[in-house]
Design a protein around this ligand. Structure first.
Ligand code: BMA
Length: 368
């Protein structure tokens, strides 16, 4: 108890360094070679997951909330708990076509500035990517064509995708702190591929084609020498270990083993949600340990948060004792644009008190 509460709000990097210092010979063996920004972040995530703590994450946290947009320093999480989430998640969708704003209207320049601000306050950043379908040009959910099955034979398509990947890589490589040092970020491309709602999903290509997409992505990043990326793999729910690993790109391509599992159907869906977590996250955690990787609950939440004690009674109990580095919930869309599309309470919401309790008692890391 005392331990949890004293670690909760210390600047996480200091905690990680302390843990590294008491830990392994791993760092000493690297002689004088400084770890890359990515290695430093992996070490930090690994250390935290071994202490019973995890970063609490929220998508687009400081870009907009239930009733506001681009208010300097604002955050629904902070408005309720007094601190920012330990992890903020952002999305690169539409960077591939050189748009100034992402698919949810957030300017990339603003995202870069928020990533720097989160890094400066000792927090962590994660990035997903919802690129458009490179053949039919609809959004990520446009599955009217199957680009993965065409890539091998279509040179123009393969060139297009490589150009898109290098734009994403260029953005991530450009993320710098105030001293000009690269900011390490978690990158989680081609997520939820075990479902078929995205054009890179299960029914729109073979496992081998999906794995090739990862390798292509990785080589596009390597080409420009990006050293600040921690790679996260995150298929969706209801998978056996065999299914989970059937599209796994390989230990040399992945740093974080993640999974995305949401709750549906309000209170009625609670038992199913908890079962889904319990049948998947434990093997993800075990495999991560065996492979020297970090485990994370990369996306989750209950849209509209209609259960007032969801955070403590459902989420906290379901992940208790699982050594995961972070848990990330999705965005609080502005009410007038997407009513009921929010995952953390805002001031005045009935789940406020319970969310505060979760922040204080679950081991979740928030940053001041
Ligand atoms: C979905 C919804 C969409 C959004 C997309 C990408 O889950 O939130 O409104 O465009 O994620 O952020």
């Amino acid at each position: 108890m005392h331990c949890e509460s004293c670690i909760k709000h210390i600047v996480p990097i200091a905690a990680s360094l302390a843990l590294m210092a008491c830990g392994s010979s791993k760092t000493e063996n690297k002689e004088a070679q400084a770890p890359t920004p990515a290695q430093t972040l992996i070490e930090r995530l690994d250390s935290v997951s071994r202490t019973g703590h995890f970063y609490f994450g929220h998508h687009d946290d400081t870009a907009y909330g239930h009733t506001w947009r681009y208010v300097d320093g604002a955050s629904d999480v902070k408005a309720v708990t007094g601190a920012y989430p330990g992890l903020m998640s952002w999305d690169l969708g539409l960077i591939e076509v050189d748009s100034a704003k992402n698919l949810d209207g957030v300017p990339f320049e603003f995202i870069a500035s928020q990533i720097a601000a989160q890094d400066a306050r000792g927090g962590i950043n994660a990035i997903s990517w919802h690129p458009i379908n490179p053949v039919s040009r609809g959004n990520s959910w446009d599955v009217s064509t199957a680009p993965l099955s065409m890539l091998e034979s279509d040179k123009a398509l393969s060139d297009t995708l490589d150009a898109w990947i290098s734009r994403a890589a260029g953005f991530i490589a450009s993320l710098k702190d105030a001293d000009g040092n690269p900011i390490p970020v978690i990158f989680r491309p081609w997520h939820e591929n075990s479902g078929s709602w995205f054009w890179w999903g299960k029914e729109h290509g073979t496992s081998a084609q999906y794995i090739d997409l990862w390798k292509r992505t990785r080589s596009g990043f390597d080409k420009i020498g990006v050293n600040n990326v921690v790679w996260a793999y995150s298929p969706d729910k209801d998978l056996t270990p065999e299914e989970y690993f059937s599209t796994y790109p390989g230990d040399e391509y992945v740093d974080i083993l993640g999974t995305d599992i949401y709750q549906f159907d309000g209170e009625e869906g609670t038992a199913q949600y908890v079962d889904r977590i319990k049948s998947q996250l434990p093997f993800v955690v075990d495999e991560a340990r065996k492979r020297g990787k970090v485990a994370a609950f990369t996306e989750t939440g209950l849209e509209g948060l209609e259960i007032d004690d969801w955070y403590t009674r459902v989420l906290q109990s379901a992940i208790k004792d699982l050594p995961i580095a972070y848990v990330c919930v999705w965005r609080n869309a502005i009410e007038s644009e997407k009513p009921n599309h929010f995952y953390v309470p805002y001031p005045g919401h009935p789940a406020e008190a319970d969310f505060k309790k979760f922040a204080e008692s679950s081991g979740a890391i928030f940053v001041k």
